[in-house]
Design a protein around this ligand. Structure first.
Ligand code: E4P
Length: 217
């Protein structure tokens, strides 16, 4: 499973990139607003830092303007994935932009039917939001499993990009189901390394090493 980092914070991306955990980046208008930076400028900086796909989202809602914005975003760098919302205009824009050879990430997916339409529209990525479904007592992981089954039934090449991830457990659950990609905030990706028995075991090893005077260099 590929790891995308869900942030527009360049320092956080750099830190995870240095750790080798960044296969791509996802942003959205809320994350760009949180960064306090100009969308074109911060997205360019991220694209220079990361080799994999960097999703940048349009803010228009009608087809013609989405195309105009999508083309402008795609000019930033070859690794841009234009992010469009899962609306009829967004799906039409997905088809056009994909036809031009651009990567397209169809976002705000909350049902298997929506994911089926995105695949038919030639999306590179479909972003089902699991955390937001869990927030309203629906089962986000069940949606990932349903999409996996549908895409496998017909050999759709659209990649399932599990989004709105809230915990480290979501990451392993998505990997078990077979999501192609999971995008998570930096803190969630780092939290995957945590285990209380690792901390306890390391403390005991270090205490024994000190007692025995073990020195390596
Ligand atoms: C994905 O592309 C979205 O930017 C993101 O995962 C949304 O997450 P949230 O529901 O925690 O805002």
């Amino acid at each position: 499973m590929k790891f995308f980092v869900d942030t527009a914070d360049v320092d956080a991306i750099r830190e995870l990139n240095d750790l080798g955990f960044v296969d791509g980046v996802t942003t959205n208008p809320s994350l760009i607003a949180k960064s306090g930076r100009d969308i074109l400028e911060v997205t360019k900086e991220i694209c220079e830092m990361v080799e994999g796909p960097v999703s940048a989202e349009v803010v228009a809602t009608d087809y013609a303007q989405m195309i105009e914005e999508g083309r402008k975003l795609a000019e930033i760098a070859p690794n841009i994935a234009v992010k469009v919302p899962l609306t009829l205009d967004g799906l039409r824009a997905c088809k056009t932009l994909s036809g031009e050879g651009k990567m397209v990430n169809v976002t705000l997916c909350f049902s298997a039917n929506q994911a089926l339409l995105a695949a038919k529209a030639g999306a590179t990525f479909i972003s089902p939001f699991i955390g937001r479904l869990d927030d309203i007592n629906l089962d986000g992981l069940e949606l990932i499993a349903d999409i996996r089954q549908i895409y496998d039934n017909y050999g759709f090449e659209t990649q399932i990009l599990a989004a709105s991830i809230r915990s480290a457990n979501h990451m392993s659950d998505c990997a078990k189901i077979g999501a192609d990609v999971a995008t998570a905030p930096p803190a969630v990706i780092k939290a995957m390394a945590n285990h209380v028995l690792t901390d306890k075991g390391l403390a005991a090893f270090l205490a024994d090493a000190e007692k025995a005077g073990i020195k390596i260099v």
